[in-house]
Design a protein around this ligand. Sequence first.
Ligand SMILES: *Cc1c(COP(=O)(O)O)cnc(C)c1O
Length: 242
Amino acid sequence: MTSKELQQRLFAVGQRIEGAATRAGRAPGSVRLLAVSKTFGAEAVAQAVAAGQRAFGENYVQEGVEKIAELAAMGSAQGLPGLEWHFIGPLQSNKTRPVAEHFDWVHSVDRLKIAQRLSEQRPADLAPLQLLIQVNVDGEATKSGCAPGEVLALAQAVAALPRVQLRGLMCIPDPARPTEQRRAPFKALAALLAQLNAAGLAVDTLSMGMSDDLEDAVAEGATIVRVGSAIFGARAPKAPAA
Ligand SMILES: *Cc1c(COP(=O)(O)O)cnc(C)c1O
């Protein structure tokens, strides 16, 4: 993709977010765009940076860490602005260290052990790692994420950890859900966030909505939408190993 095309696609996604926010009576600036750059190279990220994008999402630990280093090198060579990196993929406990050391956010905390390790491994000279709890809103046994009924207890435990800051919740609803249920999982996640705030936790972030359903997510209160293919194009079918 040329820089021009990428710039136009980013702009179009921005317009979709703005339109959905306006229709929902929300300030357009209340929704942040996370550009999901998994499987795309550092060049594509640099093009997006040139078009004004600053926050990027990665799913695979090794690929993400390599890309962060490449962008940092390009950044100091070309005077690019600092970027914000979000880890959004499934996280195994033996892979937490590089994530704690290199990322700014983790969206996929689904059990206390992962959050504890991230907390222990977060270097003291970096800002607290910003955490979201991933919730399995569809209740599918095969999918990752904490069960809705366990979110409050997990959130309270995570909020007590040092060097990390609990910011809110994330979900990846079943993309094959029927049209009349497009918004239900997003509504459920927003209700859970309200429950956490009612219980005294100060959380402000709902990471929900992707290329195909960001309008539904924004209508239900998303504060971060994670968009990959609508920006960078279709991904190659096979993902690299984590
Ligand atoms: C790949 C991915 C996205 C982006 O998906 P698109 O449909 O390409 O926008 C968002 N969130 C997560 C967790 C992903 O793995």
